[in-house]
Design a protein around this ligand. Structure first.
Ligand code: HEC
Ligand code: HEC
Ligand code: HEC
Ligand code: HEC
Ligand code: HEC
Ligand code: HEC
Ligand code: HEC
Ligand code: HEC
Ligand code: HEC
Ligand code: HEC
Length: 277
């Protein structure tokens, strides 16, 4: 699907160049003078990905990013060529990632975070997947130091061998089911790995439906067990349940641990008082 769209777009671009210059400017033309740059690009990750999709895409790529360039070929200098192609160039071949400019990811758009802040163009030799300028976690950590730091708190998602990827929960391009970067009402992202906690339940516990898992859990890390937002479970529950039935003796240790009786804090299929799942 993707590559068909790409072919159409590149053919159109190359076609337009042909009409203007009477001669299609392709990579071969550029390579006459920029042989090392062109060879490195073609053998790099982006060049190889383009070649796999369609050799014509690779041939038209220099022009797709650096502009029509016919004038530059006749009279080469740095004034008549796009020296640092921007996000528009990327979107001309990757229209499906237009989502990045949706309001869903407004925070990145507002702050002018663009393709080139995360990805190389293909000129650089990068030791990462997806042309990322740095491995995924470090990339995000570079601009989000405090969030990344939370993953070192006593309780956090860690898989032991490598950092837990930000993109396990956040949809980096603002596309797909998860939609926004913020994930307010976060059941969606958590559902991927914790389906048993998300229901639907016969007897749901409302806060879960209302504001999602982050009502009670700190997704990036917490000083409290189970990533809870409060250091005692009772303190968390009493924030909303100010009027627990009177037989609850809150001064006794037994009643401080609400979940020993109300074990189904996430919702129950059998018991409206959430005693068992
Ligand atoms: C006839 C030789 C020639 C051809 C063909 C040619 N260039 Fe150039 N290009 C040059 C020269 C000379 C410069 C200026 C270098 C300088 O001043 O540092 C230049 C500069 C550039 C720059 C700016 C480099 C910088 O350091 O900022 C880019 C980008 C570029 N060319 C891309 C292309 C692309 C893409 C093509 C094919 C569409 C192409 N060139 C075709 C000779 C050529
Ligand atoms: C996906 C977009 C893209 C494609 C395709 C592309 N370039 Fe570039 N090019 C850039 C960007 C962005 C820069 C600025 C610095 C960087 O990212 O390396 C650049 C920089 C350059 C430079 C300046 C010197 C340098 O290496 O930094 C030259 C020359 C150049 N490109 C030529 C080419 C030629 C020839 C092709 C075709 C083989 C090509 N580019 C394909 C995006 C692209
Ligand atoms: C001339 C068309 C063209 C342009 C312009 C273009 N790309 Fe691509 N790109 C492709 C094709 C074709 C593929 C391989 C098929 C695919 O993954 O969609 C690809 C693949 C990629 C990949 C995946 C590589 C991998 O190894 O997984 C990334 C990331 C990417 N492009 C980023 C960019 C960025 C960032 C820009 C702008 C600087 C850009 N592209 C501009 C055609 C293009
Ligand atoms: C905030 C950082 C960031 C920005 C901005 C960004 N990307 Fe990505 N991109 C990533 C990461 C991280 C991945 C790796 C996939 C994953 O972990 O989900 C990726 C993967 C990709 C891929 C390969 C996988 C796929 O989804 O097809 C392409 C192509 C791509 N990006 C293109 C782009 C283009 C084009 C832009 C600009 C419109 C862009 N990206 C902007 C971080 C970013
Ligand atoms: C070039 C810097 C930069 C990079 C790289 C970057 N971000 Fe951001 N991001 C920002 C800025 C600036 C904001 C807006 C201010 C803020 O919330 O910190 C932001 C906001 C966000 C938000 C909040 C969205 C909202 O609507 O409130 C999320 C989530 C986010 N980024 C996730 C990521 C992830 C995941 C990555 C790595 C794939 C990443 N960012 C990489 C700069 C960056
Ligand atoms: C386990 C899932 C998960 C992972 C992994 C994750 N996040 Fe988040 N993130 C969330 C949720 C859920 C929210 C919304 C929090 C809220 O609404 O209170 C959020 C909010 C954010 C925000 C905006 C609010 C804030 O706390 O500043 C940023 C920025 C952010 N995340 C960046 C990142 C970065 C960077 C990484 C990787 C280092 C990452 N996230 C990893 C789930 C996750
Ligand atoms: C990519 C899979 C994945 C996603 C997405 C995910 N988790 Fe987890 N979660 C795990 C794994 C694996 C563990 C157990 C190992 C660990 O702690 O790293 C875990 C553990 C937990 C724990 C228990 C920690 C403990 O001390 O027992 C809580 C609470 C939790 N996750 C909440 C969430 C919430 C809330 C979200 C959504 C914001 C979420 N998770 C998203 C995989 C995931
Ligand atoms: C009303 C508060 C509340 C909400 C909302 C909530 N949790 Fe919990 N969660 C708890 C409490 C309290 C515990 C600790 C129970 C215990 O210690 O036995 C817990 C424990 C967990 C655990 C670890 C224990 C286990 O059984 O594996 C996971 C994983 C978890 N929650 C995921 C989620 C996810 C995913 C969501 C959103 C769908 C969510 N929680 C929403 C209060 C909540
Ligand atoms: C964000 C607010 C909030 C938090 C935190 C919260 N609850 Fe609830 N809970 C509710 C709401 C709203 C209901 C629906 C009934 C009501 O209005 O009292 C409910 C219902 C219940 C019920 C079913 C009984 C009934 O009245 O229908 C039990 C039992 C319960 N919660 C226990 C707990 C426990 C134990 C905790 C701590 C792990 C907790 N709740 C945390 C808001 C909350
Ligand atoms: C020793 C067991 C036990 C502990 C510990 C306990 N409860 Fe209960 N709770 C009960 C019983 C029994 C009921 C009555 C259930 C019924 O009416 O069916 C009840 C009822 C409730 C109800 C009202 C349910 C309804 O149906 O009206 C709420 C809300 C509640 N408890 C919250 C809490 C909170 C918050 C804590 C921790 C501070 C807690 N409970 C600790 C046993 C316990």
């Amino acid at each position: 699907m993707m590559s068909r769209t790409l072919i159409i777009i590149v053919t159109t671009l190359v076609g337009a160049g042909w009409a203007a210059a009477e001669e299609a400017v392709t990579m071969e033309t550029c390579a006459v003078c920029h042989d090392e740059v062109a060879a490195a690009f073609a053998s790099g990750a982006h060049g190889r990905a383009m070649q796999r999709a369609d050799p014509a895409v690779l041939a038209g790529s220099c022009v797709a990013c650096h502009g029509p360039a016919a004038e530059h070929v006749d009279d080469p200098n740095t004034e008549n060529i796009v020296r640092r192609p921007g996000q528009d160039a990327c979107l001309s071949c990757h229209p499906g990632l237009q989502g990045l400019t949706d309001t869903a990811t407004a925070a990145h758009v507002r702050n002018a975070v663009a393709c080139g802040d995360c990805h190389g163009s293909g000129h650089q030799a990068l030791a990462t997947d997806h042309l990322l300028l740095e491995p995924s976690h470090e990339l995000c950590a570079g601009c989000h130091a405090s969030v990344a730091g939370s993953f070192r708190m006593p309780f956090a998602h860690r898989d032991g061998t490598r950092p837990f990827e930000c993109s396990s929960c956040h949809s980096v391009h603002g596309l797909g089911r998860l939609g926004s970067l913020t994930m307010i009402g976060s059941g969606g992202a958590c559902l991927d790995c914790h389906a048993d906690k998300t229901g639907p339940f016969v007897y749901p516990h409302p806060p879960q439906q209302l504001d999602g898992c982050v009502t009670c859990h700190a997704p990036h890390g917490s000083p409290n067990p189970r990533l809870l937002t409060r250091n005692r479970v009772a303190a968390l529950c009493i924030e909303c349940h100010t009027n627990v039935p009177r037989f609850h003796d809150l001064s006794s240790a037994r009643y401080q641990s609400c979940q020993t009786c109300h074990a189904a804090v996430h919702g129950s299929n059998r018991d409206p008082a959430l005693f068992e799942e």
